[in-house]
Design a protein. Structure first.
Length: 152
């Protein structure tokens, strides 16, 4: 374990179509490991959703999850979005890690094989336990609903 970050061991399985390099942190301060598109070059039409393969399966330890987020440069360059942002890789999921993207734009977008498309951020997970009550404790916001705190 490093003095400036918490490290865990994650088992990873390389599939036959995986890129040559494992997902990796591109800089010392990076929060996420870059994921590359492991499929053939693909065109994503306006309004279309696609699952982009990464070529890897993994076993994230219990108590953690993997959060998938588009790389900011990739999102800026192509205008693609993650419709379920961030995507979640649960600790008990063992299938190939896929990145669900959508093209909300007006033009088709082509994603090339090997292109860095997303980041995988490993983060702790807390499980909540419901405690049913007849009344909630007061708060400064009160019972104000969605958007009740105003703008700005």
């Amino acid at each position: 374990m490093s003095r400036d970050r918490f490290e865990i061991s994650i088992s990873i399985l390389r599939l036959p179509h995986a890129p040559s390099e494992l997902p990796s942190y591109e800089t010392v301060g990076a929060a996420g490991m870059d994921l590359r598109h492991a499929g053939d070059s693909v065109m994503i039409a306006p309004g279309e959703r696609r699952l982009l393969p990464t070529g890897f399966c993994m076993a994230i330890p219990a108590g953690f999850e993997g959060q998938i987020r588009l790389r900011s440069g990739f999102a800026l360059r192509y205008g693609l979005i993650l419709p379920n942002a961030p995507g979640t890789v649960d600790s008990d999921y063992r299938g190939e890690v896929l990145v669900l993207v959508m093209n909300p734009g007006r033009e088709a977008v082509t994603v090339a094989r090997g292109e860095r498309i997303a980041q995988l951020v490993i983060t702790p997970v807390a499980h909540g336990e419901w405690q049913e009550v007849t009344e909630l404790p007061p708060s400064a916001r009160g019972s104000g609903g969605f958007g009740s705190t105003g703008r700005g």
